[in-house]
Ligand binder design. Structure first.
Ligand code: NAD
Ligand code: ZN
Length: 389
């Protein structure tokens, strides 16, 4: 099959690789009909995740048709059309049985890598390096889906791929980010980053009852989408002092909750060196997490900072004193995708929103290397790219 393979920073290639096979009775094989590039893929593309190996297949937002199931997958059959959560979850461990699917204890055979380095064991993710399980990703013609009896959600007739694909990640991610704000009627929510995740955080904040959303970015087309599709008030951080503007817009109080939908940002942090332990070279992330620092500074006393943006390694110079003395609640983490799927699919079916609004680019899988460049560099007013094998 054809698949997009990682080679090194800014070097990804379409190659012919062996088709995936059922390895486990709870596996399914999916023929992919639509897949997308995520802001999280850019961390791999920019070379910030050290446990990638040459030839690894990228991608964690995909959907398609089931072509084969293992002996223990009783809820799916060949021909079913499904969307696959980016988080791989066993359904049986402490975390899965508490709906904390992205913390699954059984889906990452390489959990020891992070355990040794950082003292925690992450769940497995599709196409996200060996530290997170070494699973082949979904920017390909076919993918093996482990624990297929738990993750994939069947899609009813009448909805297009473009309308449902983002259930795999960015819609639930924006939704969880907003839910973590424990929104009350009358609340004002500020969102840093108007990328795809920020866009879904904005619409989700309104779905959950926010009165006002203020969105921050520097790209005019992203701010425009936040304004027209998301009904947000917008701030260009290159033209405004964000902290002063937010204070002015909220009568001096600050937003009730602040969402960091930026995370690791290439111009926002510096690499200080390599840290070699457990035979894994790990780049330390340090210094200037600008958006995160601003969320803490801007948030009203007693408010919540919600962090869907991805961080890794070590960050310092965080205004911890402000967070403590303002009695802030900080919530963060990978999304518990499976938890939100039925409810969000219902929102789409009812027509409360059509997630395809974020798509600006539709390309063929063979054009994936160009698509990464376009999305990475925000060329051609790109906001979200989908790829069709
Ligand atoms: P993206 O790169 O398209 O968007 C990020 C946006 O942030 C850009 O528009 C950029 O201009 C803006 N930005 C950068 N610095 C800023 C600042 N100081 N203030 C305001 N805006 C700023 O990426 P995306 O696809 O929207 O993803 C956003 C983040 O969410 C990434 O870190 C990604 O890894 C993460 N993510 C997390 C999960 C999860 O499970 N928690 C899932 C998907 C994505
Ligand atoms: Zn993603």
């Amino acid at each position: 099959m054809r698949a997009l393979c990682w080679y090194s920073s800014h070097d990804v290639r379409i190659e012919t690789v062996p088709d995936p096979k059922i390895l486990n009775p709870r596996d399914a094989i999916l023929k992919i009909t639509l897949t997308a590039i995520c802001g999280s893929d850019l961390h791999l593309y920019d070379g910030y995740i050290p446990t990638m190996e040459k030839g690894d297949i990228l991608g964690h937002e995909c959907m398609g048709e089931v072509v084969e199931v293992g002996a223990k997958v009783n809820n799916l059959k060949p021909g079913d059309r499904v969307v696959v959560p980016f988080t791989i979850s066993c359904g049986n461990c402490y975390f899965c049985t508490h709906s904390e699917y992205s913390l699954c204890d059984n889906s990452n055979p390489n959990a020891y890598m992070a355990e040794k380095l950082f003292g925690y064991s992450p769940a497995g993710l599709f196409g996200y390096s060996h530290m997170l399980g070494g699973y082949a990703g979904g920017q390909a013609e076919y993918v093996r889906v482990p624990f297929a009896d738990i993750g994939p959600i069947k899609i009813p007739e009448g909805l297009t791929d473009e309308q449902v694909l983002f259930l795999s990640d960015i819609f639930p991610t924006g939704y969880q980010a907003a839910e973590n704000c424990t929104i009350r009627p009358g609340d004002t929510i500020a969102v840093w980053g108007c990328g795809p995740v920020g866009q879904f955080a904005i619409v989700s904040a309104y779905l959950l009852g926010a009165s006002r959303v203020i969105a921050i970015d520097r790209f005019p087309e992203r701010l425009e989408m936040a304004r027209t599709q998301g009904k947000a008030e917008v701030l260009n951080y290159e033209e405004n002092d964000v902290l002063t503007a937010l204070k002015d817009m909220t009568g001096g109080l600050g937003p009730d909750a602040c969402i960091d939908a930026v995370g690791l940002e290439s111009h926002g942090f510096g690499i200080v060196g390599w840290y070699d332990k457990a035979k894994q070279a790990v780049r330390l992330q340090t210094d200037r997490p600008t958006a995160l620092r601003e969320t803490i500074q801007a948030c009203r006393k007693g408010g919540t900072v919600s962090i869907p943006g991805v961080y890794g390694g070590v960050i310092d110079k965080l205004p911890m004193g402000a967070a403590f003395n303002k009695a802030l609640t900080l919530k963060m983490g990978q999304t518990h995708v499976q938890r939100y799927l039925p409810k969000l699919l219902e929102h789409i079916e009812q027509g409360d929103l059509d997630p395809s609004f974020v798509i600006t680019h539709q390309l063929n899988l063979d054009e994936a290397p160009d698509a990464y460049e376009i999305f990475r560099n925000k060329q051609q007013e790109c906001i979200k790219v989908v790829l069709r094998p």
